[in-house]
Design a protein. Structure first.
Length: 213
């Protein structure tokens, strides 16, 4: 399921103005686990805006799903080259596009925590409430990393989290990361996917919830 129902398309303020997310399997997007030339219907891969300047604007679609939704959204959806037939082990890259800030500008806070490398995840059936754990973190004091932290985690509500984004580092810091297991479904899927991102800043996020006692 998803809280991003059709009535929210082009209406929902998903994130702040600087948040731009694309679904993109093209080679020029990067060598990710979700990169391919054609989907299993033979549709060429291309990029589709999912969030444009914070506004929810699109879905991952195939010919089948686009046809089902067309009567609701009046031709705004088209076959997006997203289909993986049967048990295909791939999912299109979904990436946060780089911003315009330098890394120093992203770290320009009195007190914060910078986290790297996803380790664990938990999210509800509608993809609304979430909790993520990371492998490593650094405490930030007055714009500088001052000490390393173990077992960092953060949690929140998807729309509140992305609306709290107020800085995204530029293209020189952007990396197309990947995970071999997308973690969706019951039984759980084993499907590689790519997620591109630059270091980003989010204000007033709950941290440490995974190990709070």
């Amino acid at each position: 399921m998803s809280f991003l129902t059709l009535d929210q398309l082009h209406r929902l303020r998903y994130g702040s103005e600087m948040v731009n997310v694309v679904c993109d399997a093209r080679v020029e997007h990067g060598p990710g686990l979700g990169t391919f030339a054609f989907d299993d219907e033979g549709v060429p891969a291309h990029g589709t805006p999912i969030i444009d300047r914070g506004r929810f604007t699109g879905y991952m679609t195939s010919r089948e799903t686009a046809a089902r939704r067309r009567r609701y959204v009046l031709q705004r959806l088209h076959a997006g080259g997203r289909l993986g037939a049967h048990s295909a082990h791939r999912m299109t890259n979904v990436s946060l596009l780089p911003g315009e800030q330098s890394l120093d500008e992203v770290f320009d806070v009195d007190h914060g925590i910078y986290m790297e490398t996803n380790k664990s995840w938990s999210i509800d059936d509608k993809r609304y409430n979430f909790q993520f754990g990371c492998e490593i973190a650094w405490e930030i004091r007055h714009g500088k990393r001052v000490r390393m932290l173990k077992n960092p985690s953060y949690s929140g509500i998807s729309t509140e989290f992305w609306n709290a984004c107020d800085a995204i580092a530029g293209r020189e810091h952007w990396t197309l990361w990947g995970v071999p297991n997308c973690g969706k479904g019951q039984p759980e899927q084993v499907m590689g996917t790519g997620h591109g991102a630059s270091p980003s800043r989010f204000r007033k996020i709950k941290v440490g919830s995974a190990y709070a006692g």
